[in-house]
Design a protein around this ligand. Structure first.
Ligand code: TLP
Length: 372
Protein backbone atom coordinates (compact mmCIF):
# COMPACT_ATOMS: atom_id res chain seq x y z
CA UNK A 1 0.00 0.00 0.00
CA UNK A 2 1.36 3.43 -0.88
CA UNK A 3 0.09 5.24 2.14
CA UNK A 4 0.33 8.66 3.73
CA UNK A 5 1.55 7.06 6.94
CA UNK A 6 5.13 7.47 5.74
CA UNK A 7 7.60 6.43 8.38
CA UNK A 8 8.40 2.97 9.65
CA UNK A 9 6.88 3.49 13.09
CA UNK A 10 3.64 4.89 11.76
CA UNK A 11 3.28 1.97 9.40
CA UNK A 12 3.48 -0.66 12.13
CA UNK A 13 -0.28 -0.74 12.58
CA UNK A 14 -0.91 -0.62 8.84
CA UNK A 15 1.32 -3.62 8.30
CA UNK A 16 -0.39 -5.48 11.11
CA UNK A 17 -3.72 -4.92 9.39
CA UNK A 18 -2.44 -6.64 6.23
CA UNK A 19 -1.91 -3.62 3.96
CA UNK A 20 -5.57 -3.06 3.27
CA UNK A 21 -6.96 0.11 1.73
CA UNK A 22 -9.30 0.88 4.57
CA UNK A 23 -12.06 3.24 3.48
CA UNK A 24 -14.53 2.20 6.18
CA UNK A 25 -14.03 5.34 8.25
CA UNK A 26 -11.57 8.06 9.18
CA UNK A 27 -11.67 6.57 12.69
CA UNK A 28 -9.18 3.94 11.46
CA UNK A 29 -6.33 6.44 11.13
CA UNK A 30 -3.09 5.77 12.99
CA UNK A 31 -1.15 8.43 14.89
CA UNK A 32 1.51 10.31 12.90
CA UNK A 33 5.21 9.90 13.79
CA UNK A 34 5.12 13.32 15.49
CA UNK A 35 2.16 12.20 17.59
CA UNK A 36 3.98 9.08 18.77
CA UNK A 37 7.00 11.19 19.64
CA UNK A 38 4.88 13.75 21.53
CA UNK A 39 3.07 10.98 23.42
CA UNK A 40 6.39 9.46 24.46
CA UNK A 41 7.63 12.79 25.75
CA UNK A 42 4.36 14.11 27.22
CA UNK A 43 4.48 15.78 30.61
CA UNK A 44 1.64 14.39 32.70
CA UNK A 45 -0.17 14.89 35.99
CA UNK A 46 -3.51 13.92 37.51
CA UNK A 47 -6.10 15.55 35.28
CA UNK A 48 -8.91 15.03 37.80
CA UNK A 49 -6.93 17.43 40.02
CA UNK A 50 -6.54 19.69 36.96
CA UNK A 51 -2.81 19.00 37.13
CA UNK A 52 -2.03 17.48 33.76
CA UNK A 53 -0.17 20.24 31.88
CA UNK A 54 -0.60 18.55 28.50
CA UNK A 55 -4.37 18.15 28.91
CA UNK A 56 -4.58 21.76 30.10
CA UNK A 57 -2.64 22.91 27.05
CA UNK A 58 -4.89 20.92 24.69
CA UNK A 59 -8.06 22.29 26.31
CA UNK A 60 -6.74 25.84 26.03
CA UNK A 61 -5.67 25.35 22.40
CA UNK A 62 -9.07 23.89 21.43
CA UNK A 63 -10.90 26.78 23.09
CA UNK A 64 -8.73 29.38 21.32
CA UNK A 65 -9.08 27.73 17.90
CA UNK A 66 -12.84 27.41 18.22
CA UNK A 67 -13.20 30.91 19.70
CA UNK A 68 -14.84 29.73 22.92
CA UNK A 69 -13.95 30.43 26.55
CA UNK A 70 -13.01 26.91 27.59
CA UNK A 71 -12.47 23.34 26.44
CA UNK A 72 -12.84 19.85 27.88
CA UNK A 73 -10.99 16.71 26.76
CA UNK A 74 -13.28 13.67 26.59
CA UNK A 75 -12.82 10.05 25.58
CA UNK A 76 -14.94 10.05 22.43
CA UNK A 77 -17.39 11.93 20.26
CA UNK A 78 -20.25 10.07 21.87
CA UNK A 79 -19.07 11.11 25.33
CA UNK A 80 -18.66 14.73 24.14
CA UNK A 81 -22.22 14.85 22.86
CA UNK A 82 -23.54 13.14 26.01
CA UNK A 83 -21.70 15.59 28.28
CA UNK A 84 -23.08 18.48 26.23
CA UNK A 85 -26.68 17.24 26.26
CA UNK A 86 -26.55 16.52 30.00
CA UNK A 87 -25.01 19.91 30.73
CA UNK A 88 -27.39 21.99 28.61
CA UNK A 89 -30.63 20.28 29.63
CA UNK A 90 -32.68 19.64 32.71
CA UNK A 91 -33.80 16.04 33.17
CA UNK A 92 -36.73 15.29 30.85
CA UNK A 93 -36.23 18.27 28.54
CA UNK A 94 -36.85 17.41 24.92
CA UNK A 95 -33.91 17.60 22.54
CA UNK A 96 -34.46 18.48 18.88
CA UNK A 97 -32.15 16.86 16.33
CA UNK A 98 -32.10 15.68 12.73
CA UNK A 99 -33.59 12.27 12.04
CA UNK A 100 -30.35 11.17 10.35
CA UNK A 101 -27.98 12.73 12.85
CA UNK A 102 -25.40 10.69 14.72
CA UNK A 103 -26.86 11.79 18.05
CA UNK A 104 -30.25 10.42 17.01
CA UNK A 105 -29.17 7.20 15.30
CA UNK A 106 -25.88 6.01 16.73
CA UNK A 107 -25.39 7.11 20.32
CA UNK A 108 -27.10 4.20 22.02
CA UNK A 109 -30.21 6.21 22.86
CA UNK A 110 -28.13 8.44 25.13
CA UNK A 111 -30.70 11.24 25.47
CA UNK A 112 -33.34 8.75 26.70
CA UNK A 113 -31.02 6.68 28.85
CA UNK A 114 -28.91 9.46 30.33
CA UNK A 115 -31.05 12.62 30.21
CA UNK A 116 -34.44 10.96 30.57
CA UNK A 117 -35.28 13.02 27.51
CA UNK A 118 -37.38 12.37 24.49
CA UNK A 119 -35.69 13.29 21.23
CA UNK A 120 -37.77 15.17 18.69
CA UNK A 121 -36.45 14.21 15.26
CA UNK A 122 -36.78 16.70 12.41
CA UNK A 123 -36.43 15.49 8.79
CA UNK A 124 -32.87 15.81 7.52
CA UNK A 125 -32.55 17.16 3.97
CA UNK A 126 -30.06 15.90 1.38
CA UNK A 127 -27.71 18.82 2.07
CA UNK A 128 -27.48 18.03 5.81
CA UNK A 129 -29.81 20.85 6.83
CA UNK A 130 -33.16 20.32 8.54
CA UNK A 131 -36.65 20.85 7.18
CA UNK A 132 -37.13 24.50 8.22
CA UNK A 133 -40.88 24.34 8.55
CA UNK A 134 -40.83 21.17 10.69
CA UNK A 135 -38.00 22.63 12.75
CA UNK A 136 -40.00 25.76 13.48
CA UNK A 137 -42.86 23.58 14.76
CA UNK A 138 -40.65 21.26 16.81
CA UNK A 139 -40.21 23.55 19.82
CA UNK A 140 -42.41 22.58 22.75
CA UNK A 141 -43.28 23.68 26.22
CA UNK A 142 -45.82 26.50 26.02
CA UNK A 143 -48.66 24.07 26.72
CA UNK A 144 -48.90 22.27 30.07
CA UNK A 145 -49.21 18.91 28.27
CA UNK A 146 -45.84 19.24 26.59
CA UNK A 147 -42.31 18.43 27.68
CA UNK A 148 -40.18 21.57 27.44
CA UNK A 149 -37.58 21.78 24.69
CA UNK A 150 -34.13 22.11 26.21
CA UNK A 151 -31.73 22.02 23.27
CA UNK A 152 -31.28 21.99 19.50
CA UNK A 153 -28.48 19.79 18.08
CA UNK A 154 -26.98 20.35 14.62
CA UNK A 155 -24.31 18.28 12.82
CA UNK A 156 -21.49 19.73 10.65
CA UNK A 157 -20.20 18.08 8.50
CA UNK A 158 -23.20 15.82 8.24
CA UNK A 159 -22.11 12.20 8.17
CA UNK A 160 -25.12 10.26 6.86
CA UNK A 161 -25.83 12.55 3.92
CA UNK A 162 -22.23 12.18 2.75
CA UNK A 163 -20.09 14.68 4.64
CA UNK A 164 -22.12 17.70 3.53
CA UNK A 165 -21.01 21.07 4.85
CA UNK A 166 -23.20 23.58 6.70
CA UNK A 167 -21.90 27.15 6.31
CA UNK A 168 -21.98 29.75 9.10
CA UNK A 169 -24.99 31.38 7.40
CA UNK A 170 -26.87 28.07 7.24
CA UNK A 171 -26.07 27.31 10.87
CA UNK A 172 -27.32 30.77 11.87
CA UNK A 173 -30.56 30.24 9.98
CA UNK A 174 -31.13 26.81 11.54
CA UNK A 175 -30.27 28.05 15.02
CA UNK A 176 -32.59 31.06 14.75
CA UNK A 177 -35.77 29.42 16.11
CA UNK A 178 -33.83 28.21 19.17
CA UNK A 179 -32.24 31.63 19.61
CA UNK A 180 -35.68 33.26 19.44
CA UNK A 181 -36.68 31.13 22.44
CA UNK A 182 -33.42 31.68 24.30
CA UNK A 183 -32.56 27.99 23.96
CA UNK A 184 -29.02 26.66 23.57
CA UNK A 185 -27.68 25.12 20.36
CA UNK A 186 -25.10 22.32 20.37
CA UNK A 187 -23.09 21.25 17.36
CA UNK A 188 -21.97 17.69 16.82
CA UNK A 189 -18.91 18.87 14.94
CA UNK A 190 -17.19 15.49 14.88
CA UNK A 191 -15.74 16.65 11.53
CA UNK A 192 -16.13 20.40 11.90
CA UNK A 193 -12.51 20.94 10.77
CA UNK A 194 -13.39 19.23 7.49
CA UNK A 195 -16.25 21.72 7.15
CA UNK A 196 -13.96 24.69 7.88
CA UNK A 197 -11.30 23.50 5.42
CA UNK A 198 -13.90 22.85 2.69
CA UNK A 199 -15.42 26.31 3.20
CA UNK A 200 -12.05 28.04 3.58
CA UNK A 201 -13.19 29.71 6.82
CA UNK A 202 -11.67 29.57 10.32
CA UNK A 203 -13.36 26.89 12.40
CA UNK A 204 -14.26 29.64 14.89
CA UNK A 205 -16.65 31.10 12.28
CA UNK A 206 -18.70 27.89 12.47
CA UNK A 207 -18.43 27.57 16.26
CA UNK A 208 -19.60 31.17 16.66
CA UNK A 209 -23.08 30.16 15.50
CA UNK A 210 -23.64 27.68 18.35
CA UNK A 211 -23.18 27.57 22.12
CA UNK A 212 -21.16 24.38 22.32
CA UNK A 213 -19.25 22.17 19.92
CA UNK A 214 -18.08 18.59 20.22
CA UNK A 215 -15.32 17.75 17.75
CA UNK A 216 -13.25 14.59 17.28
CA UNK A 217 -9.46 14.45 17.39
CA UNK A 218 -9.54 10.79 16.42
CA UNK A 219 -11.18 11.01 12.99
CA UNK A 220 -9.60 12.95 10.11
CA UNK A 221 -7.22 14.68 12.54
CA UNK A 222 -5.75 11.21 13.18
CA UNK A 223 -5.16 11.25 16.94
CA UNK A 224 -5.55 7.78 18.45
CA UNK A 225 -8.16 8.74 21.05
CA UNK A 226 -10.29 11.64 22.11
CA UNK A 227 -12.69 14.47 21.41
CA UNK A 228 -13.08 18.01 22.68
CA UNK A 229 -16.08 19.92 23.94
CA UNK A 230 -15.85 23.70 23.84
CA UNK A 231 -18.20 26.39 25.14
CA UNK A 232 -18.52 29.07 27.78
CA UNK A 233 -16.46 28.80 30.98
CA UNK A 234 -19.59 28.07 33.05
CA UNK A 235 -20.73 25.39 30.60
CA UNK A 236 -17.35 23.65 30.63
CA UNK A 237 -17.05 23.85 34.43
CA UNK A 238 -20.35 22.01 34.76
CA UNK A 239 -19.44 19.70 31.85
CA UNK A 240 -16.30 18.65 33.73
CA UNK A 241 -18.50 17.45 36.61
CA UNK A 242 -20.74 15.58 34.17
CA UNK A 243 -17.70 13.99 32.52
CA UNK A 244 -16.70 12.69 35.97
CA UNK A 245 -20.22 11.31 36.44
CA UNK A 246 -19.84 9.36 33.19
CA UNK A 247 -16.54 7.89 34.34
CA UNK A 248 -14.51 10.14 32.06
CA UNK A 249 -12.03 11.51 34.62
CA UNK A 250 -8.90 10.15 32.95
CA UNK A 251 -5.92 10.91 35.27
CA UNK A 252 -2.59 11.02 33.33
CA UNK A 253 -4.44 11.67 30.11
CA UNK A 254 -1.62 13.89 28.85
CA UNK A 255 -0.28 10.78 27.12
CA UNK A 256 -3.21 10.89 24.69
CA UNK A 257 -3.77 14.66 24.85
CA UNK A 258 -0.25 15.11 23.46
CA UNK A 259 -1.40 13.53 20.20
CA UNK A 260 -4.42 15.84 20.22
CA UNK A 261 -2.16 18.89 20.31
CA UNK A 262 -0.29 17.62 17.25
CA UNK A 263 -3.67 16.91 15.61
CA UNK A 264 -4.70 20.54 16.00
CA UNK A 265 -1.33 22.04 15.11
CA UNK A 266 -0.32 19.80 12.21
CA UNK A 267 -3.21 17.81 10.81
CA UNK A 268 -5.88 20.38 9.94
CA UNK A 269 -4.60 21.75 6.62
CA UNK A 270 -3.97 18.30 5.19
CA UNK A 271 -7.70 17.50 5.40
CA UNK A 272 -7.86 19.24 2.01
CA UNK A 273 -5.96 16.25 0.54
CA UNK A 274 -8.65 13.90 1.87
CA UNK A 275 -11.29 16.02 0.15
CA UNK A 276 -9.40 15.89 -3.16
CA UNK A 277 -9.06 12.11 -2.81
CA UNK A 278 -12.77 11.70 -2.02
CA UNK A 279 -13.67 13.72 -5.10
CA UNK A 280 -11.29 11.66 -7.22
CA UNK A 281 -12.85 8.47 -5.87
CA UNK A 282 -16.36 9.77 -6.56
CA UNK A 283 -15.49 10.85 -10.13
CA UNK A 284 -13.86 7.47 -10.77
CA UNK A 285 -16.83 5.56 -9.35
CA UNK A 286 -19.18 7.51 -11.62
CA UNK A 287 -17.30 6.00 -14.60
CA UNK A 288 -17.82 2.39 -13.47
CA UNK A 289 -20.84 0.76 -15.16
CA UNK A 290 -23.50 -0.25 -12.64
CA UNK A 291 -22.43 2.12 -9.85
CA UNK A 292 -24.71 4.95 -8.82
CA UNK A 293 -23.23 8.09 -7.28
CA UNK A 294 -23.70 11.86 -7.41
CA UNK A 295 -20.08 13.11 -7.43
CA UNK A 296 -21.18 16.75 -7.41
CA UNK A 297 -22.47 16.30 -3.85
CA UNK A 298 -19.06 15.24 -2.50
CA UNK A 299 -17.74 18.19 -0.50
CA UNK A 300 -15.43 16.65 2.10
CA UNK A 301 -14.07 13.17 2.92
CA UNK A 302 -17.24 11.04 3.00
CA UNK A 303 -19.12 9.62 0.05
CA UNK A 304 -21.98 7.22 -0.42
CA UNK A 305 -22.68 5.16 -3.49
CA UNK A 306 -24.89 2.30 -4.58
CA UNK A 307 -25.27 -0.25 -7.32
CA UNK A 308 -27.94 -0.28 -9.99
CA UNK A 309 -30.28 -3.25 -9.64
CA UNK A 310 -33.04 -4.61 -11.84
CA UNK A 311 -35.01 -1.94 -13.72
CA UNK A 312 -32.76 0.81 -12.40
CA UNK A 313 -33.84 0.26 -8.75
CA UNK A 314 -31.19 0.27 -6.00
CA UNK A 315 -29.40 -3.08 -6.00
CA UNK A 316 -27.96 -5.16 -3.15
CA UNK A 317 -24.52 -3.76 -2.24
CA UNK A 318 -23.37 -6.75 -0.16
CA UNK A 319 -21.75 -8.72 -3.03
CA UNK A 320 -19.69 -5.67 -4.04
CA UNK A 321 -18.59 -4.92 -0.45
CA UNK A 322 -17.59 -8.58 -0.02
CA UNK A 323 -15.72 -8.80 -3.33
CA UNK A 324 -13.87 -5.54 -2.61
CA UNK A 325 -12.90 -6.72 0.87
CA UNK A 326 -11.50 -9.97 -0.58
CA UNK A 327 -9.33 -7.84 -2.86
CA UNK A 328 -8.14 -5.68 0.06
CA UNK A 329 -10.45 -2.66 -0.22
CA UNK A 330 -12.56 -2.19 2.89
CA UNK A 331 -15.85 -0.28 2.66
CA UNK A 332 -18.83 0.17 4.97
CA UNK A 333 -21.91 -1.53 3.59
CA UNK A 334 -24.90 0.22 5.05
CA UNK A 335 -28.08 -1.63 5.92
CA UNK A 336 -29.83 1.14 3.98
CA UNK A 337 -28.53 -0.18 0.66
CA UNK A 338 -25.69 2.30 0.36
CA UNK A 339 -21.93 1.89 0.59
CA UNK A 340 -19.87 4.47 2.47
CA UNK A 341 -16.26 5.31 1.69
CA UNK A 342 -14.23 7.72 3.80
CA UNK A 343 -10.82 9.14 2.88
CA UNK A 344 -8.21 9.99 5.51
CA UNK A 345 -4.57 10.30 6.50
CA UNK A 346 -3.87 6.63 5.71
CA UNK A 347 -5.12 6.91 2.13
CA UNK A 348 -2.98 8.32 -0.69
CA UNK A 349 -3.92 9.29 -4.25
CA UNK A 350 -2.35 6.00 -5.39
CA UNK A 351 -4.61 4.09 -3.01
CA UNK A 352 -7.61 5.75 -4.65
CA UNK A 353 -6.41 4.58 -8.08
CA UNK A 354 -5.98 1.05 -6.75
CA UNK A 355 -9.35 1.07 -5.00
CA UNK A 356 -11.00 2.20 -8.25
CA UNK A 357 -9.45 -0.63 -10.26
CA UNK A 358 -10.46 -3.15 -7.58
CA UNK A 359 -14.04 -1.86 -7.63
CA UNK A 360 -14.21 -1.79 -11.44
CA UNK A 361 -12.91 -5.35 -11.54
CA UNK A 362 -15.36 -6.45 -8.84
CA UNK A 363 -18.28 -4.90 -10.75
CA UNK A 364 -17.20 -6.69 -13.94
CA UNK A 365 -17.02 -9.96 -12.01
CA UNK A 366 -20.46 -9.46 -10.49
CA UNK A 367 -21.99 -8.56 -13.86
CA UNK A 368 -20.52 -11.62 -15.60
CA UNK A 369 -23.01 -14.48 -16.09
CA UNK A 370 -22.44 -17.42 -13.72
CA UNK A 371 -20.04 -19.95 -15.28
CA UNK A 372 -18.77 -17.45 -17.87
N1 TLP B 1 -18.98 8.11 13.61
C1 TLP B 1 -18.49 6.80 13.24
C2 TLP B 1 -19.57 5.75 13.43
O1 TLP B 1 -20.12 5.83 14.70
C3 TLP B 1 -20.69 5.87 12.43
C4 TLP B 1 -18.04 6.84 11.81
O2 TLP B 1 -17.36 5.88 11.40
O3 TLP B 1 -18.36 7.80 11.08
N2 TLP B 1 -20.73 12.34 15.61
C5 TLP B 1 -20.52 11.98 14.33
C6 TLP B 1 -21.06 12.85 13.24
C7 TLP B 1 -19.84 10.81 14.03
O4 TLP B 1 -19.67 10.46 12.76
C8 TLP B 1 -19.34 10.01 15.09
C9 TLP B 1 -18.64 8.71 14.82
C10 TLP B 1 -19.57 10.43 16.40
C11 TLP B 1 -20.27 11.61 16.63
C12 TLP B 1 -19.14 9.63 17.60
O5 TLP B 1 -17.77 9.62 17.77
P1 TLP B 1 -17.07 8.44 18.60
O6 TLP B 1 -17.00 7.25 17.67
O7 TLP B 1 -15.72 9.01 18.92
O8 TLP B 1 -17.88 8.17 19.80
Amino acid sequence: MSSNYGSYEARIGALASGEKIDLRSDTVTHPSPNMREAMYRAEVGDDVYGEDPTVNQLEELAAVMLGKEAGLFVASGTMGNAVSMLTHCRRGDEIIMGDRSHTYLYEVGGPARLNGSATRPVPTLADGTLDRERLARAFQGDDIHEARTGLLCLEDTHNMVGGRVLSPETLRELAAPARARNLPVHMDGARVFNAAVALGVPVSALAAEVDSVQFCLSKGLSAPVGSMVVGSRAFIDEGRRVRKLLGGGMRQAGIIAAAGIIALNEMVDRLADDHVNAKKLADGLAEIPGITIAPETVETNILFFGVRGEDGAAGDVTPLVTAAAQAGVLLSGGDDGRIRAVTHYGISADDIERALSVLAEAMRGLAAPVGA
